[in-house]
Design a protein around this ligand. Structure first.
Ligand code: G1P
Length: 291
């Protein structure tokens, strides 16, 4: 079983300024909770029991959010606000632990993942990039399906979705002989980080969800700086693929790139209309706008 997930949260979020100037971009609210809670929930739904935050000194509010807050809980108890109390206590289920390590220098995503090496040990693990929210369309979410597939075939799983050809230079792109149908995996022939438009092997982009063997850590230690002069996870995966089968898993859910302002607004809209308490009133608000 895949029990551990790495969430790299050390990035400074320049694409989300000014909102991210004094709060982490991961703490920006999507409806009534910080964006990162959706990502943690996705991991927990896929069976993850330990979340490893790879973080930065300016981001303590993320750790605080997932910790208990004794003073707040006592106050809510005294005021008999039982619903609120239950809600803040249920942010992370009891069987899930949240731990953190620091990424001391911004040397890239591959380096961030490597910072969690000692916590991973010999186990396969998941990586979830918290800029992207993945909304499931199926009972078992995409990450859970990737984890199940890993157990079955022991091949790394890289979640992908199709993007318009002019956007391939913003993502890792995989090379496959046949495009898998949604919810299916296929062995990939290669992977490249942010290829120039017109040179990409496909339009299947890496979404930011991975199931990887522990071996990737050794490969990351040998990975030279790549695109953007950073140590790229994509380059270590390309190395892994020289010796081991690596599969591209085509997701069936929907993604929202909360690293971009429009992607973030889209996420707010989608999660708000489906919110169990606010959804109906929110739809009325949108209708009032009469755009
Ligand atoms: C990272 C990965 C890239 C992936 C993308 C998804 O890039 O390196 O392969 O496609 O996340 O959001 P970044 O967006 O951090 O530049």
């Amino acid at each position: 079983m895949i029990k551990k997930a790495i969430l790299p949260v050390a990035g400074l979020g320049t694409r989300f300024l000014p909102a991210s100037k004094s709060i982490p971009k991961e703490m920006v609210t999507v409806v009534d909770r910080p964006a990162i809670e959706y990502v943690v929930r996705e991991a927990v739904e896929a069976g993850i029991e330990q979340i490893i935050l790879v973080t930065h000194s300016s981001k303590a509010s993320i750790e605080n959010y997932f910790d208990r807050n004794f003073e707040l809980e006592t106050t809510l108890e005294q005021k008999q606000k039982w619903d609120l109390l239950a809600e803040i206590r249920q942010i992370v289920p009891e069987h899930v632990s949240i731990v953190s390590v620091r990424q001391p220098q911004p040397l890239g995503l591959g380096h961030a993942v490597l910072c969690a090496k000692s916590l991973i040990g010999d186990e396969p693990f998941a990586v979830l990039l918290p800029d992207v929210l993945v909304k499931s369309q199926t009972e078992q979410n995409d990450l859970a399906q990737m984890a199940a597939r890993y157990q079955q075939v022991q091949a790394a799983q890289i979640m992908v979705e199709a993007v318009p050809d002019h956007l391939v230079d913003q993502y890792g792109i995989v090379d496959v002989n046949t495009v898998p149908v949604e919810g299916q995996s296929i062995v990939m022939q290669g992977i490249i980080e942010k290829p120039a438009v017109g040179t990409a092997p496909s339009n299947l982009s890496v979404v930011g969800r991975y199931i990887l063997p522990a071996k990737i850590m050794q490969l990351l230690q040998q990975t030279p700086k790549g695109a953007g002069n950073e140590i790229q996870l994509t380059d270590a995966i390309a190395m892994l693929q020289q010796t081991d089968a690596v599969e591209a898993y085509r997701m069936s859910g929907v993604t929202f790139d909360c690293g971009s302002k429009l992607g973030y607004l889209k996420a707010v809209l989608h999660y708000a209309v489906e919110h169990p308490k606010l959804g109906e009133k929110f739809i009325e608000l949108i209708q009032e706008l009469k755009l």
